[in-house]
Design a protein around this ligand. Structure first.
Ligand code: ZN
Length: 469
């Protein structure tokens, strides 16, 4: 039986509820009316400021690196700064300079504002956080994000990064990563420019004129970057290549893509540690020529006849929507004994899609391949080489990118593929070309001639897979 059904108890409950409300109301009225309110506030502020500043240090998951937290609850100039501390004095000094400079300039502006106006009530904030990325046991990247808001203004975000070699105890600039070769920087920036213009999302966020002015071939252009096992991430502060309120623009570039322009220690370690192509000591010299984004009604056919002259087998990563238009070309590729790869239906940046859409991109293309060719694809290549571990796990084919990008999609002249290949060729290379550009078909005979003179055998991507770890 429910107690509240007893009328006596119910009345008692109502009375006690009403009296509680009256007491609460009285308390609120007392505190709002009291003249002492500002006094109370002052005492609180005083108590606050005596305990307002604290610095603490704690262990991190990375051996030899601790995390320092410097926090001030000062009413006018609060801040929270987090930074790493290692056993290396030079590194610590470098970090402290950055932290102290940030703090000093923040406090100076606030003091100036306070001295020159009655802006006590304005809200200021300074916040520095950092993240740590590990490339291997030697190299750590620290990525600092500084958010500052002064005078109630919009929060301004600025990045700072440090690449640290914990063995030599040196802070490593981008020059070192790119082999101290300005041509490598130019390749790197060319790639960034192309991603910024070809990726719809990035193209809409960024500013073409700013990109042109900012991305000049100068080592100072790339100050903020980080490296983990798979990617090099480059950061551009708001206002540099995009409007002021756009936030930081960051780009992930796969280390395997950058492999040809990296300093050897980054190449070697990448091969040792990650699941990239491993060069096996074998007397046979092989390359896999790959052609993406087709089939194309005229270019693909020309490519097929050039390949035949050298009895070369290649791999064609086809788009579902192009097989739909040119099924007879796809059949011709298969009939001449080349390998068929799945390159999605519509060439999207997969990591930006939901898993459902990603699987649809793969499966619809797979169905198109099966109905057109009566067979399945044997390998997969994600558009732009963009893939995550989760996508790789979900797609039921081996995903294979490339080790040599001929940049034939960008520089549409017949000498481009051979020039790029001569610079980057290595055993077991996977060479990226596109069978949708006339210039690629025109440039292919020189490529075939050069590689066969060098003693390379032309194999399919699947034949190279045993040499891909
Ligand atoms: Zn493609």
């Amino acid at each position: 039986m429910n107690n509240l059904e007893n009328p006596k108890q119910r009345r008692w409950l109502i009375i006690s509820l009403i009296s509680t409300i009256i007491v609460l109301l009285g308390t609120i009225i007392y505190f709002t009316k009291t003249e002492n309110l500002s006094g109370v506030k002052n005492i609180l502020a005083k108590a606050d400021s005596s305990a307002s500043h604290s610095i603490s240090e704690e262990e991190s998951n990375f051996p030899g690196i601790s995390i320092v937290s410097d926090i001030s609850n000062d009413e006018l100039s609060p801040y929270a700064l987090q930074y790493p501390k290692t056993t290396n004095d030079e590194f610590n000094q470098h970090v402290m300079n950055y932290i102290n400079d940030s703090k000093d300039s923040y406090l100076k502006v606030i003091k100036y504002m306070k001295d020159n106006s009655n802006s006590d009530s304005l809200i200021n904030e300074l916040n520095i956080t950092f993240e740590t990325y590990q490339f291997d046991e030697n190299y750590y990247s620290f990525v600092f994000t500084k958010r500052q808001s002064l005078h109630n203004a919009e929060t301004e975000t600025k990045m700072k990064t440090i690449l640290f070699n914990s063995v030599t105890e040196e802070i490593v600039p981008i020059q070192h990563v790119l082999s101290n070769d300005i041509r490598n920087l130019e390749t790197f920036l060319t790639y960034i420019r192309s991603v910024l213009s070809e990726n719809e999302d990035l193209a809409s966020k960024t500013d073409k004129a700013k990109i042109k002015d900012f991305l000049v071939t100068d080592w100072e252009t790339v100050t903020n970057f980080a490296i983990d096992k798979e990617n090099l991430v480059v950061y551009f502060d708001e206002g540099t290549i995009a409007p002021k309120d756009s936030g930081t623009i960051s780009l992930n570039i796969s280390m395997s893509f950058l492999n040809p322009i990296l300093a050897t220690e980054f190449q070697k370690e990448m091969i040792d540690q990650s699941e990239n192509i491993q060069v096996i000591d074998d007397k046979r010299k092989r390359v896999a020529l790959t052609f993406d984004d087709g089939p194309h009604p005229t270019v693909t056919k020309q490519i097929l006849s050039h390949l035949d002259k050298y009895d070369a087998k290649a791999t064609f990563f086809m788009l579902g929507n192009r097989i739909q238009y040119y099924p007879e070309v796809a059949v011709e590729v298969r009939n001449r004994g080349h390998e068929i790869g799945n390159h999605t239906w519509s060439h999207p940046v997969l990591p930006k899609l939901s898993m459902d859409k990603i699987m649809y991109e793969f499966n619809s293309t797979e169905e198109m391949i099966e109905t057109t060719l009566g067979q399945k694809s044997s390998v997969f290549r994600p558009p732009y080489g963009a893939i995550t571990d989760a996508i790789e796990a979900a797609i039921p084919r081996k995903s294979v990118n490339w080790t040599v990008d001929t940049m034939d999609w960008k520089y549409r002249n017949a000498s481009q593929p051979i020039t790029a290949i001569k610079k980057q060729i290595h055993n077991n290379a996977v060479i990226l070309m596109h069978d949708i550009h006339q210039s690629t078909a025109d440039g292919l005979p020189a490529v075939l001639e050069f590689l066969s003179n060098e003693g390379y055998e032309f194999v399919t991507v699947s034949e190279l897979i045993p040499f891909i770890k």
